[in-house]
Design a protein around this ligand. Sequence first.
Ligand code: PLP
Length: 368
Amino acid sequence: MTELHLVVDRSRGVRAGVERALREAIRTLPPDTRLPSSRSLAADLGIARNTVADAYTQLVQEGYLTTARGAGTHTVAQASKVSGPDIGDSSGEAGFLFDLRPGRSDVSTFPVAAWNGATRHVLNTRPREALQYDDARGPAYAREVLAGYLHRARGVQADPDQIVLCSGVRQAAALLFRAAANHGARSFAYERPGQPAIPVQLHRAGLQGRPIQVDRYGLDVGQLGDAGGVLLTPAHQFPMGVPLAPKRRTDVLRWARATGAIVLEDDYDGEFRYDRQPIGALQGLAPDVVAYAGSASKTLAPGLRLGWLVVPRHLLAAVIEEKTWTDRHSDTLTQLTLAALIESGAYDRHVRAARLRYRHRRDDLIHA
Ligand SMILES: Cc1ncc(COP(=O)(O)O)c(C=O)c1O
């Protein structure tokens, strides 16, 4: 049995302090180490036995410890490490067993063979000139293929010349905000709660951010007033999960047409619905007032930084200008590879398999 030297910070209560100290200690112990009995640890710490027993129970539930009748309490194998793939933790946290942070796709299932095959296909079949500096929007072939995919998968209406390939939804939003500001917008509404980056991005684009409450029907469209635009996640509100109600969908389009405002649709996970029919893109109803942003961050991997913006005609030149002066254009080879992956059918197969895997995980979580 191991001696534990715990330093218990009691500032947030003894029980919480013991739990925290135990978590810290467990991280440094080898798997299957037997812990002192609750009675003996309680005596060492000069606290009630129940407090230690409760802390042990909590850590069993969290997956740090196991107990078996008569065998005492042991650390589990690998409790100190996240099992499975590197999930890219940048916050310095460690020691969690389940990563439930939103917005992380399972990159361990990235379709390596299909991606390599598509890259090889592109390099073997496209002229080398394809790797020269290109159109700020990305190669025409990639935009054509993507236009077809977005139409059949999400009901998006886009001519290839209206598509700007870029570095994820993050850059798509930045480009659109700056273009809207150049077109005279002063303010832009966004969902609250919502993606925390948005108010920062609006501020950086010189726009006044206007947070608008989300309820169970999505963003309260009646509050939009004279905003120059609104960012929405209408298929699946982030983070609340509700779709924008049908009446609000039509109301927001009416509002945009009446006021000359722009709607930015963030379709960040449009392919992933598990418990209901997917709702088609709002853009398909009104391509003249809705800009549509999407990316491969959920379907393939965020690290590709591969996204797209479908731009209404009146803002197209302004968006292209922003893109040109930001980074000339995004990575051509990645864009061509995505197009080849879509054309071969491998992208659809991967998305279908990913949807099923995520669905099973979701069911397991709800069940648990
Ligand atoms: C609401 C929302 N929009 C967009 C994105 C994707 O951003 P990007 O395409 O830049 O990776 C995320 C990622 O987590 C998100 O949560």
